[in-house]
Design a protein around this ligand. Structure first.
Ligand code: TZP
Ligand code: MG
Length: 294
């Protein structure tokens, strides 16, 4: 896959793996990240704080080749110039890094920009500044970001209730506590040490992805249809529905085979994901007729 061009409006991921070479001495970054990709990680970030920029560029090149083979986006931590040089899909910034506006002017309109946030004010500011997604964390204390206080699952729940761009929970997340983070409202998880520090990154990713997918499907879809009856907002109007997924809702409105773009809570949902995208009570859906040429 070539870098960025279509990713931004179709940002659709569940399991985000970030590199952390110090967690796997004796195994190469490519080997470990490839195992994570085999396990279903669907977005990768290159984040290495302790190497020279020249070395970082080399690793970025290797990861670009790898992620392209798997059709998975590659995000570069901190360095828009490296991202551009290797045609990465975007950058991830911290609160002290380049402002989003500056990164955007460097990267252009199509690449993805994510930013770490530690509270709701930062999340709101990120949305206003045009971030494509935010990190929410560290949920738990973590040695990968020492000295940074845990935000707990309370912030995950606040983000879930208010933030209408994709957010990914991060920080101390493992296969043991993933369920708690999902219950708090996360739909996407991210991990460094739990994945790359494990002898079996593929197995860890498979486990995390199963938990995410099962949780996302469980809310409404698990109920028999006669017990489903919820209020969702469709194009600004409150509507009753028994639809468990975006696809079922589109079918209810006889839109499933029409040329439309669908958004859930402000996020564009690619058509191929409609059947896996669960609706929840209070979900807000926009169906927009597709206008313009092909
Ligand atoms: N941002 C917030 S927490 C964190 C980053 C980069 C580190 C996450 O690493 P781990 O090992 O999954 O706790
Ligand atoms: Mg940074």
């Amino acid at each position: 896959m070539k870098g960025g061009v279509s990713l931004r409006r179709n940002l659709d991921f569940k399991l985000y793996v970030i590199t952390g070479e110090r967690y796997h001495p004796g195994r190469s970054m490519v080997e470990v990240i490839e195992a994570a990709l085999k396990g279903g990680a669907d977005i990768v970030q290159l984040r290495e704080k302790e190497i020279s920029k020249r070395e970082l560029l080399e690793k970025a090149r290797l990861l670009r080749a790898l992620t392209s083979r798997y059709g998975v986006p590659l995000i570069i931590n901190d360095h828009p110039d490296v991202a551009l040089a290797i045609d990465a899909d975007g950058v991830h910034l911290g609160q002290e890094d380049l402002p989003i506006s500056v990164a955007r002017s460097v990267l252009g309109p199509h690449r993805t920009i994510g930013i770490s946030t530690h509270n709701l004010d930062q999340a709101r500011a990120a949305v206003t500044a045009g971030a494509d997604y935010i990190g929410v964390g560290p949920v738990y204390p973590t040695g990968t970001k020492p000295g940074r206080q845990a935000v707990t699952t309370a912030y995950v729940s606040q983000a879930a209730a208010e933030i209408r761009i994709p957010f990914v929970a991060i920080g101390g997340i493992t296969t043991d506590n993933a369920a708690e983070v999902l219950k708090a409202g996360a739909r996407r998880l991210c991990a460094v040490s739990a994945i790359v520090g494990n002898p079996d990154p593929e197995g860890v990713c498979r486990n995390l992805l199963e938990q995410i997918t099962a949780w996302n499907a469980s809310s409404i879809a698990a109920k028999p249809s006669e017990e489903r009856d919820m209020i969702v907002t469709v194009n600004g109007r409150q509507e009753r529905t028994k639809a468990a997924t975006m696809l079922e809702l589109a079918e209810q409105y006889k839109l499933a085979d029409k040329r439309i773009v669908a958004e859930l809570n402000g996020e564009v949902i690619p058509r191929q994901s409609w059947q896996d995208t669960p609706l929840r009570i209070g979900s807000s859906v926009e169906f927009v007729h597709f206008v313009g040429g092909g």
